[in-house]
Design a protein around this ligand. Structure first.
Ligand SMILES: Cc1cc2nc3c(=O)[nH]c(=O)nc-3n(C[C@H](O)[C@H](O)[C@H](O)COP(=O)(O)OP(=O)(O)OC[C@H]3O[C@@H](n4cnc5c(N)ncnc54)[C@H](O)[C@@H]3O)c2cc1C
Ligand code: SF4
Length: 509
């Protein structure tokens, strides 16, 4: 088990010194902490969330997991502006960050996106050749492997067959797993230690090389001396009911922000680091996600098997990716339409339900605003082109399920009844109000985007905040555009690339 200290174990003000302080212990922060500690730097990792050993996950009900390891118990929302659905934004708040909650899905950045980064954003060094060694390093560290077909759930198998009948080719996904038994609990923390999230890979390596990890510690701001970052300040969560309590002051020679796309812009703003671009907190992309549920005559028991195992990119040029998923039966039951006896009857159908999802490669329109308390306010205005893709995506998913005999489909529209094939085809999707559409996102990106000029970006291509010294951002906020695929592998790869440079760059004295 990693030696993690908790802010709750301290009763008084805490003052610490280190070479490098890393704020956030998730996918990106863990990579940087590990790389720097292995290179001999004195590293301190500060994490707002608690430490939960993976052996505890099996004993937690999903509702407990939501409460202890998901930010805001998973009810965080990006408020839709204009013709945009409200979006349920989920993020991890635990040692290991969102990496602990992933379905394990791993994608490299598609070449077409890298092309955009070079041509539209001017980041000429973003080539497949440049990123290759860093991808390889991460893929080895977290054991990226293809999900074998026999591990697909019946829910996914039905969709893949239906898609094939509709001429849509589906491909096997890769995940960061080793020894996975297909129990389908990935989003609530893998109780078998088979999903190699950063709490099982990079953080133990960092700790082995002397990095200190302090959980239950909320960083408020970066301490700036002129243009130079010299540490951070915050609060230990040792107050009543885990509220912010004693002050924590860290003196550091280098500050690395890895608090995720929703929080890093807040930290910069609170620290008075706005930059000349005015882009801090803007340009957020989220990969708006939609799911479609299908009822079959025979049992599906979609929770048996790897939660995510197949994807389809044939609609990639239009801006859509199909992606398998499943959610625990109890959660699925609660999302059925109807109330009272009607809901009970539908909930009994859970073993007969299959589920599939899709994401939109969005153009952005998200924004992080400072909130009154410690959480940010997120807003999202969907581009017209992206909004028009929602009906198209739901139709593709529904038709694939009908092609393998689905009786009825539950569409992601609040208040909509279950639809048989005729009703589905006649359903006026285009006139559904945005407010009635169910939408979720696990992939906030871009709020401190990297770029070539201080006028258009927040950090340079090596994560350094423009016009500052010893202040770096390494998390999902630097990703310059939507990826169209799950981001953890790319975030970790970009963080690895930055960390390699940082370990070669002497600390300012
Ligand atoms: C339910 C779910 C499923 C997902 N599935 C996949 C998947 O299958 N494949 C994939 O590629 N991606 C997936 N993702 C997305 C992926 O996990 C994230 O993109 C990735 O982890 C982001 O890395 P990060 O370092 O930017 O932030 P995170 O990993 O989120 O880490 C940020 C950390 O910073 C901490 N923090 C924030 N503010 C502060 C502060 N002020 N002080 C101290 N600490 C702070 C947070 O508590 C958090 O632990 C999923 C995400 C979720 C939520
Ligand atoms: S399906 Fe595999 S990776 Fe996911 S929780 Fe179960 S054992 Fe872990």
């Amino acid at each position: 088990m990693i030696p993690v200290q908790s802010g709750r174990d301290h009763t008084e003000r805490l003052e610490l010194s280190c070479d490098v302080v890393v704020v956030g212990s998730g996918a990106s922060g863990a990579v940087v902490a590990c790389t720097m500690a292995e290179a001999g730097y004195d590293v301190l990792v500060l994490e707002e969330g608690p430490f939960v050993p993976y052996t505890d996950y099996g004993a937690m009900r999903p509702s407990e997991s939501l409460r202890y390891t998901w930010r805001g118990a998973a009810v965080t929302v990006a408020y839709g502006l204009g013709d945009t659905p409200h979006i349920n934004m989920t993020m991890g708040r635990v040692v290991g960050g969102s990496s602990v909650l992933t379905g394990g899905v791993c994608f490299r950045v598609p070449p077409s996106i890298l092309h955009r980064w070079r041509t539209e954003r001017g980041i000429a060094e973003m080539t497949e050749e440049e990123l290759e060694p860093y991808y390889q390093e991460v893929e080895t560290a977290v054991h990226v492997e293809e999900v074998p077909e026999e591990m697909r759930s019946r829910s996914t198998k039905l969709f893949v067959l239906g898609a094939a009948r509709r001429g849509i080719e589906m491909r096997p996904m890769k995940r960061n797993t080793e020894g996975c038994n297909g129990c389908g609990r990935c989003n609530f923390g893998c109780p078998h230690g088979a999903k190699l999230s950063v709490d099982l890979t990079y953080l133990p390596r960092a700790a082995h090389h002397g990095a200190r990890i302090l959980a239950d510690c909320l960083v408020d701001r970066v301490t700036m001396k002129g243009d130079r970052a010299v540490g951070v300040t915050g609060r230990l969560l040792n107050g009543k009911h885990g509220k912010p309590g004693s002050e924590v002051v860290v003196h550091a020679r280098r500050v690395v922000l890895a608090a995720g796309a929703a929080f890093t812009p807040l930290l910069l703003k609170r620290s008075g680091v706005h930059g000349v671009s005015g882009q801090v907190g803007k340009n957020v992309t989220v990969h708006p996600g939609f799911r479609t549920i299908a009822l079959f005559d025979d049992k599906v028991e979609g929770w048996k098997g790897a939660m995510q195992s197949a994807y389809g990119d044939v609609h990639d040029p239009e801006g859509l990716t199909l992606t398998s998923l499943f959610i625990p039966p109890a959660v699925l039951a609660a999302t059925m339409p109807g109330v009272g006896p009607e809901l009970m009857r539908r909930a009994q159908n859970v073993p007969y339900l299959a589920l599939f999802g899709g994401i939109i490669h969005d153009e952005g329109g998200g924004r992080v605003w400072p909130g009154l308390g410690r959480e940010p306010i997120l807003t999202y205005r969907m581009a017209r082109h992206d909004r028009a893709l929602i009906p198209a995506l739901v139709r593709i998913m529904g038709e694939a399920f009908f092609a393998v005999g689905a009786k009825e489909i539950y569409i992601p529209v609040l208040g909509a009844p279950p639809l048989d094939a005729d009703a589905f085809r006649a359903f006026p999707f285009e006139t559904v109000k945005a407010r009635d559409i169910e939408c979720s996102s696990q992939h906030p990106l871009g709020s401190c985007r990297m770029g070539k000029t201080r006028e258009h970006s927040v950090v340079d291509p090596l994560g350094k905040v423009w016009d500052t010294r010893e202040l770096y951002v390494v998390d999902g906020s630097i990703v310059p555009t939507s990826l169209g695929v799950n981001p953890q592998l790319t975030i970790m790869t970009l963080a690895t690339r930055i960390a390699h440079r940082l370990r070669e760059t002497p600390l300012a004295s």
